[in-house]
Ligand binder design. Structure first.
Ligand code: HEC
Length: 224
């Protein structure tokens, strides 16, 4: 009997420690996160596009978490500053991702603002990036003999439009592109906590970081 008691007690302590480390502490760290001034909530069209991003598995190949300069060359790749928890306040569920078969997309709206490019690239990535291994998403488009009023006809590079047809974006494709265009975390944010002052009193950290100065890693992504 004594062993069962020890076993149960041990299990409870392990569970308690794990809950504290993985649930309670992270919650305390992020519960007071304030919405950055530069971040706008998603519109309903963008939210529909986000659902389509999830449904089409974009997250399996694309991350949304540029890393700090000390962890990798993401800023040099033009993917933007390292993100902070506040960048994700409207992201439910978050789409951080864990695989980078393709580039990080957290700032794709800054890097590639063109609707025509996004639509064409979703229809046929190889039309824009020769040898791209990204899948094409033809079912997000309709093939028509003739465009009707209000149709968004794709302007594809020569040779990619099927003969005697026009390629028309479905509402789902348009929403998905609106979502991609909205991905922009280039506004400045305060540094989380400078590494040098980690552990120092809060006032010292605040002084070291005047509010108007963007984080060292907080320069906006190059807008090209
Ligand atoms: C099998 C992996 C894979 C999947 C799934 C995938 N992509 Fe990609 N994606 C890539 C690769 C590889 C590239 C780089 C080559 C290119 O631009 O086509 C890329 C490039 C991109 C780019 C251009 C990025 C840049 O910096 O120029 C965008 C935008 C994009 N993908 C959006 C999407 C969306 C939206 C989806 C879901 C509908 C998706 N991708 C699904 C692999 C993938």
């Amino acid at each position: 009997m004594e062993n069962e008691v020890k076993l149960t007690a041990g299990a409870m302590v392990t569970l308690g420690l794990a809950t504290a480390a993985l649930v309670v502490l992270p919650y305390i760290q992020v519960r007071d996160v304030k919405t950055p001034e530069g971040l706008k909530p998603y519109t309903s069209a963008e939210l529909r596009g986000r659902a389509s991003y999830i449904a089409n598995g974009c997250v399996y190949c694309h991350t949304q978490q540029p890393r700090d300069k000390s962890f990798g060359p993401d800023a040099e790749r033009g993917w933007g500053r390292a993100t902070v928890p506040a960048d994700y306040v409207y992201d439910k569920p978050h789409l951080l991702g864990s695989m980078r078969t393709g580039p990080d997309l957290m700032n794709i709206g800054v890097r590639q603002p063109s609707k025509d490019w996004h639509l064409g690239h979703l229809y046929q990535p190889r039309a824009y990036v020769p040898g791209s291994i990204m899948p094409s998403y033809p079912y997000l488009f309709d093939l028509k003999d003739q465009a009707e009023e209000g149709d968004e006809v794709l302007k594809l590079p020569p040779g990619y439009t099927p003969a005697n047809k026009v390629v028309v974006a479905t509402p789902e494709a348009l929403d998905l592109v609106k979502y991609l265009q909205s991905l922009n975390r280039s506004y400045p944010v305060l540094p989380t906590e400078p590494r040098e002052t980690a552990g120092a009193p809060a006032e010292a950290a605040a002084e070291a970081a005047p509010p108007a100065t963007p984080a060292p890693a907080g320069e906006p992504a190059p807008a090209s």
